[in-house]
Design a protein around this ligand. Structure first.
Ligand code: CDP
Ligand code: MG
Length: 612
C-alpha cells in the first residue's frame, strides 16, 4: 500500500540527495576545482593544451565533466579520454558515472578490447589508447568527437605515442577539435614542444611532505623485505593504509599469501590487516575492493603493480613500500629477441611512488634500496615503449590507415631505424607487404590458424597449475599432448573445449583456465569478424603448413647444448613446459623468443618431416 511504501521512498530520495551532496562536496574539494574557470577559458583559447597536475588532483574524473557542463557535447558530439591501462579506463568510467548519477554504459561509458560498455547515448567515453587507435580505421578524422583527451601521456606507451602523431595531424584540418594532453608532473615541456609549442596549464598540487627512508645495504630478497616492512609498519606505526609496489601478478600473489599467513600466525596479537592485490588481470569485482574505505581499527595493505603509480588513486595511503623494480619489455632488433625482465625502475617512477604517501596527510616512503642506488643505478626517466618493442603490429596498423611513409611519420621519439627496417623486412618476407611496401591481400589462413592465433594471444595463462595440485595439473596437461608440438596442443585444447560446449566444468576438470579460454574465444570471434568484414573466406589449408608459412622466420636447428636460430645463429632453448622438451627434434619453429632465466623459445612446433 502507498502508506507503507512512502517511508522507503522518502528514505530513497533522501539517500539519493545525500549521495549527490556528498559527491558535490567531494568534487569541490579536489585540487583542480579552483582552476575550473581558468582551465575552460584556456581550452576555449587554444586548440591544443597540455595539462599537468599531481596524481589525484582530478584530471581524469573532472575535466570531461567540466567540458560537458561547458557545452562540448552539444549536438551529440563526444568527449573521448584515453588511458594506457584497461583497469583505469573501467574504474574511472564507473566513478564518473556514479558522480553524475547515471548508469555506466549510458551517458558515461568505456571501451576496452573485447568489452564495449557504451551505447548510442554515450557522450563521455573512456577507452584504452589502443581502442582509440582502432577508431581511426572506421573514422579517420574522429568526426564524432569534439574533444580528445590523451591522458597519462607521461606513460609513453606505444599506442599513446602513435596517437600523438595521428592526432597532431588531424588537428590541422579539424580546427574545431580540441586536444588535451594530460600528464602527471613529468616532462610536460616535451609534450608542449612536440605539439607546436602548445601552452602548459599547471594545476598546483596539494602534497603533504613525505619522509623517505632508504635501506643501509641492498636487500637480497625484496619480496621478503616487503613482507617484513609491512608487518613492522602495522605493529609500530600510527593508523594509515600501506601501498606496496611489486612487478607482477605472481609476485603480488606470493606477497599477499605470505602476509596472510604471518597474520594468521600472529593471531589476535595484532589488529586486523586487510590485504588486497591489484593488477591488470584481476577480476573487476576484486579490483573494486581497493577503493572500499578501511574499517576503524583495521589497516589496509594494497599490493600493486605500477598501475597504482599514477593511473589509480587510492585514498588513505600514508605508507609506501618501494622495492624499486618494475617489469619492462625490451627488444633486440638484431636478434629478434623480446624479453620481459624485472629491472630497476626510473627515478621519476620512484618519486611518483613516494608521492602516493602524501595525498591525505604527511606520509612515509620506505625504499628497499640504498640512497646510492637511487642516485647511481636508476635512470632519470624510463625509455618510451616505442623504442623497445617489435614494431610489426605498428607497421601493419599504420599501413592500414594509409600511412605508407613510416620513416617520416611524426614520432615524438622515433623508434630505432634498425627496428623499423626489420619490421618491414619481416612483413615483406611473410607476404604481408609487397615489394612496394603496400599491404597485400594474401591470407593463407584456415580455421585452425585462427584458433591457434587466438590461443597464442593468451598463451601463458591457459594451463592452471595451483601449487597444491602440481602433479594432477601436470598429468592433465600431458593428456593434451599431440604430435607436432605446442601449437597443435593449443589447437587440441580449444577443439576439445568447443566439443564440451564451452563448458566451465570441463575447464575445471582439466586444469584449464576458463577465463583465458573465454578470452581466446573472444579473440577468435573478433578475428573471424575481421576476416569476414574484409571478405576473406576461411580457406582450409592445413594448420601445419600455415604455421610454417607464417613462422619460417622463426626456425631453429638442434645443435650442441641447445638450438641455434637459423637467421642469427643464436643459441636458444626449449622451455621445460613445452610438449617437445623431451623429444628434442632436429628442427623447430617457435612463436617467440623470450628471455627469462635463459633464452627460451616459447610455443614450439615441429614434425618429423620438417626439412629445409
Ligand atoms: O587524474 P588524476 O590523477 O588527476 O585524478 P582523478 O583520477 O580524477 O582522481 C580524483 C579523485 O577521485 C581522487 O581523490 C581519487 O581517489 C578519486 N577516485 C576514486 O575514488 N575512485 C576512482 N575509481 C577514481 C578516482
Ligand atoms: Mg588520472
Amino acid at each position: 500500500t502507498p502508506v507503507r511504501k512512502s517511508p522507503g521512498l522518502i528514505q530513497n530520495i533522501f539517500n539519493y540527495k545525500a549521495l549527490n551532496l556528498a559527491h558535490s562536496i567531494r568534487k569541490r574539494s579536489l585540487p583542480i576545482f579552483p582552476y575550473r574557470e581558468d582551465l575552460l577559458a584556456a581550452i576555449r583559447d587554444h586548440q591544443i593544451l597540455v595539462i599537468e597536475g599531481e596524481t589525484g588532483s582530478g584530471k581524469t574524473t573532472q575535466i570531461p565533466q567540466y567540458l560537458l557542463e561547458d557545452g562540448y557535447t552539444n549536438g551529440g558530439m563526444k568527449i573521448g579520454c584515453t588511458q594506457p591501462r584497461r583497469v583505469a579506463a573501467m574504474s574511472v568510467a564507473a566513478r564518473v558515472a556514479q558522480e553524475m548519477s547515471v548508469k555506466l554504459g549510458n551517458e558515461v561509458g568505456y571501451s576496452i578490447r573485447f568489452e564495449d560498455c557504451t551505447s548510442e547515448r554515450t557522450i563521455l567515453k573512456y577507452m584504452t589508447d589502443g581502442m582509440l587507435l582502432r577508431e581511426f580505421l572506421t573514422e579517420p578524422d574522429l568526426a564524432s568527437y569534439s574533444v580528445i583527451i590523451i591522458d597519462e601521456a607521461h606513460e609513453r606507451t606505444l599506442h599513446t605515442d602513435i596517437l600523438f602523431g595521428l592526432i597532431k595531424d588531424i588537428a590541422r584540418f579539424r580546427p574545431d577539435l580540441k586536444v588535451l594532453v594530460a600528464s602527471a608532473t613529468l616532462d610536460t615541456e616535451r609534450f608542449s614542444c612536440f605539439f607546436d609549442e602548445a601552452p602548459v596549464f599547471r594545476i598546483p598540487g596539494r602534497r603533504f611532505p613525505v619522509d623517505i627512508y632508504y635501506t643501509k645495504a641492498p636487500e637480497a630478497d625484496y619480496l621478503e623485505a616487503c613482507v617484513v616492512s609491512v608487518l613492522q609498519i602495522h605493529v609500530t606505526q600510527p593508523a594509515g593504509d600501506v601501498l606496496v609496489f611489486l612487478t607482477g601478478q605472481e609476485e603480488i600473489e606470493a606477497c599477499c599469501e605470505l602476509l596472510q599467513e604471518r597474520c594468521r600466525r600472529l593471531g589476535s596479537k595484532i589488529s586486523e590487516l586487510i590485504v588486497l592485490p591489484i593488477y591488470a588481470n584481476l577480476p573487476s569485482d576484486m579490483q573494486a575492493k581497493i577503493f572500499n574505505p578501511t574499517p576503524p581499527g583495521a589497516r589496509k595493505v594494497v599490493v600493486a603493480t605500477n598501475i597504482a603509480e599514477t593511473s589509480l588513486t587510492i585514498d588513505g595511503i600514508i605508507y609506501v613500500i618501494d622495492p624499486g623494480f618494475c617489469k619492462q619489455k625490451s627488444y633486440n632488433a638484431r636478434t629478434g629477441m623480446e624479453s620481459l625482465i624485472v629491472t630497476p625502475c626510473s627515478r621519476a617512477s620512484a618519486n611518483q611512488r613516494a608521492g602516493r604517501a602524501g595525498r591525505v596527510a604527511a606520509g612515509k616512503c620506505f625504499r628497499l634500496y640504498t640512497a646510492w642506488a637511487f642516485k647511481h643505478e636508476m635512470e632519470e626517466t624510463s625509455i618510451p615503449e616505442i623504442q623497445r618493442t617489435n614494431l610489426g603490429n605498428v607497421v601493419l596498423l599504420l599501413k592500414s590507415l594509409g600511412i605508407n611513409d613510416l620513416i617520416h611519420f611524426d614520432f615524438m621519439d622515433p623508434p630505432p631505424h634498425e627496428t623499423l627496417v626489420l619490421a618491414l623486412e619481416q612483413l615483406y618476407a611473410l607476404g604481408a607487404l609487397n615489394h612496394l611496401g603496400e599491404l597485400t591481400k594474401v591470407y593463407k589462413c584456415s580455421e585452425e590458424i585462427l584458433t591457434i592465433a587466438a590461443m597464442l594471444s593468451v598463451n601463458n595463462s591457459i594451463f592452471y597449475r595451483p601449487k597444491d595440485k602440481v602433479v594432477h595439473a601436470d598429468n592433465a596437461r600431458m593428456n593434451f599432448v599431440v604430435p607436432g608440438g605446442d601449437h597443435m596442443v593449443l589447437l587440441n585444447v580449444y577443439t576439445q573445449w568447443v566439443e564440451s560446449g564451452y563448458s566451465t566444468q570441463w575447464c575445471f576438470e582439466n586444469f584449464i583456465q576458463f577465463r583465458s579460454m573465454k578470452r581466446a574465444r573472444d579473440v577468435r570471434d573478433q578475428l573471424e569478424g575481421l576476416m569476414d568484414r574484409i571478405e576473406v573466406e576461411l580457406s582450409s589449408c592445413s594448420g601445419e603448413s600455415a604455421v610454417t608459412a607464417g613462422y619460417f622466420y622463426h626456425t631453429a636447428r638442434l645443435s650442441k647444448g641447445g638450438y641455434k636460430t637459423v637467421k642469427h645463429q643464436q643459441t636458444v632453448f626449449v622451455h621445460p613446459n613445452s610438449s617437445l622438451f623431451e623429444e628434442q627434434p632436429r628442427w623447430m619453429i617457435y612463436h617467440e623468443l623470450v628471455f627469462t632465466t635463459k633464452e627460451f623459445m616459447r610455443q614450439v612446433w615441429s614434425r618429423p618431416s620438417l626439412s629445409f
